[in-house]
Design a protein around this ligand. Sequence first.
Ligand SMILES: [Zn+2]
Length: 236
Amino acid sequence: MDERSHARESASQVRPVPRHDWLSLKWRDYAALTIQRDSYFENIRRAGAFESRRLLGRIGTKIDRDEFTFLPPQVVNAYFQSSANQIVFLAAILQPPFFDPAADDAVNYGGIGVVIGHEITHGFDDRGRLYDADGNMADWWTEADAAQFKARAQKLVDEFNTFEALPGLHVNGELTLSENIADLGGLAVAYDALQLSLASQPPAPKIDGLRPSSASSSPTASSGGPSTGRARCSGR
Ligand SMILES: [Zn+2]
């Protein structure tokens, strides 16, 4: 399979986990973890040991694609898990201002659309690209394309290195690269998806005086939707 076909296959095999599905996933069994009221420090220590044992116990085993991982559903967040090629949207993010079934398309594409694009793009960021469509760590890139990827990613690293969070304290473009690639990719994907959607509909009315393509990227448009590109997730 050539690289382009592989990328398409990888994207098509991304498994979304919608909110109605999480109850059917396997929840972690904490029966072996002891939590007591006497010592906060001891609770932390035991939780750390429990987690270490759990992770070590997975060595040599297969990925459990039905395991519910990371975050509880009431957290406003989403994530991509490369080892399962899976994107997960927690229940709390599937509501306004990120998603509102009654809102205009532009608002939803500019909200949850960007988040969905962000998580899919994680599958092809500097870390996600190291995994294949089945979630296995495998190098499926040609040398030429990998070199192109690194050269273009470096531009993003360089740009973010120039951002000063506080006087004299700069963003580390290398450390933030995967999120920055996902933000940029998510915004582009959501914008393209909105254009495709609008093309098959009658001309959309303006929202707060803005055309839908502008409203989708405006944090103040319509129902006060989220600013695009601000989603931060705990993808791996
Ligand atoms: Zn992310």
